[in-house]
Ligand binder design. Structure first.
Ligand code: MG
Length: 257
């Protein structure tokens, strides 16, 4: 069932999302060659706890980290590890969130470590733009399929592919709520968008084929063909005046993308 948030609940969502976004931005600004994904995870954990919030990924379905940190051909759900060093030229997808006052924020961004190659940069640019195309379609009266179609068509026009096996979602009192928000689909289909919905819109875009595999650790999802993958996500409120990006903080001008 899709939960509609009232003004009081939306205010709590804004607080949770502001902390989530500031954490993500801090993580992006902290990336340096030689650090491990566990180092990054600790920065996020300390920041979120320091804000009096709860790292809402930690323990969810048994996930051990504050963030999913996925490098290069890893798509999502990478487990932070002291053994995994970030190298120059890597692209690092960080997906994290915070909960406060009973509500959740969720956001993700793929950052480059130092100078990345042109095709990797184009993948990041296209994925980020596809997120914003999806958000632009997240208006009252549209349907979820309008978001899906906006994301997919932009990605495919640019020669990349959208992951099918994982999708965006509603977010609120729970990190994962109804409805599912696929990054592929048909305009005009799916649940109607109404004011007070809050959605995590999160294109996962592969450089080559869209198929993915899960590693034996049971979590890490990577591209089946070894191509690169990028992931950008905002939590968005559907409002009568238009979509409000609740996690905009990580994208402010000084964000090192
Ligand atoms: Mg999400």
């Amino acid at each position: 069932m899709i939960q509609i948030k009232n003004a009081h609940e939306l205010a709590a969502m804004r607080r949770a999302c502001a902390i989530s976004a500031a954490a993500l931005r801090l993580a992006g600004e902290s990336i340096e060659a030689g650090m491990t994904t566990a180092d990054l995870d600790k920065i996020l954990f300390d920041y979120i706890k320091g804000k009096g919030a709860r790292p809402n990924f930690k323990g969810l379905y048994g996930f051990p980290g504050t963030a999913c940190i996925s490098i290069n051909d890893e798509v999502i759900h990478g487990i932070p590890s002291h053994k995994r060093q970030i190298r120059p030229g890597d692209i690092v997808s960080i997906d994290t969130g915070a909960a406060i006052d009973g509500f959740n924020g969720d956001n993700a961004c793929t950052f480059g470590c130092g100078k990345i190659d042109l095709e990797a940069q184009r993948l990041l640019d296209v994925t980020r733009e596809s997120l914003h195309r999806g958000i632009a379609a997240a208006v009252c009266g549209n349907r979820v399929g309008d978001i899906s179609h906006a994301v997919q068509s932009y990605v495919e026009q640019n020669g990349f592919s959208v992951v099918r096996s994982f999708v965006g979602h509603g977010v609120g009192r729970e990190l994962h709520e109804d409805p599912e928000v696929p990054n592929f689909g048909t305009a005009g289909r799916g649940p109607r968008l109404v004011g007070g919905m809050t959605l995590a819109i999160e294109p996962m875009v592969n450089q080559k084929h869209h198929s993915v595999i899960t590693l034996p650790d049971g979590w890490t999802v990577k591209t089946a063909d070894g191509g690169l993958s990028a992931h950008f996500e905002h939590t968005v409120a559907i409002l009568p005046a238009g979509p409000e990006i609740l996690t905009l903080g990580w994208e402010e001008p000084t964000c090192s993308l």
